[in-house]
Design a protein around this ligand. Structure first.
Ligand code: ZN
Length: 131
């Protein structure tokens, strides 16, 4: 079972998509298995991080900007190589265990869609595998 979701993004931000993934798990009826959350984009990603203190996301965005600044030496004509770097650093997917019908996330964990080159209309997919 694959579920797809649309998201409209701002320029650069993290979007908590945990509720969408929970919705897919509930709709699937799978009580034990795994959920793969994946996006097809090259300047956006999927990650797991803290869902309690919003300052964590602010700090992550700040640190990613400092680590991967735009550089005049970049050759990519679209001019968004920094966004490509950040997307590769974050990765395109996460896998979460489903146990007793629930995502096996830690108390402080949330699943995030990470935008590095918005505003855009984006998609992500949730694949549920029983087992
Ligand atoms: Zn590009």
């Amino acid at each position: 079972m694959v579920y797809n979701f649309n998201i409209h993004t701002e320029r650069e931000n993290f979007y908590n998509i945990t509720s969408y993934v929970r919705q897919a798990v509930n709709e699937s009826g799978v009580s034990d298995g795994i959920a793969v959350v994946y996006c097809q984009h090259t300047t956006a990603g999927i990650t797991i991080n803290e869902n309690a203190d919003p300052d964590v996301v602010t700090d992550l965005l700040y640190a990613l900007d400092k680590t991967y600044p735009d550089r005049p030496q970049f050759r990519h004509l679209e001019g968004n190589s920094a966004a490509h770097l950040k997307a590769s650093c974050i990765g395109s997917s996460v896998t979460v265990i489903i146990q007793d019908g629930s995502l096996l996330l830690g108390t402080w964990q949330g699943i995030y869609f990470t935008e590095f080159d918005g505003p855009r209309s984006r998609k992500f997919f949730v694949k549920i595998i029983k087992g």
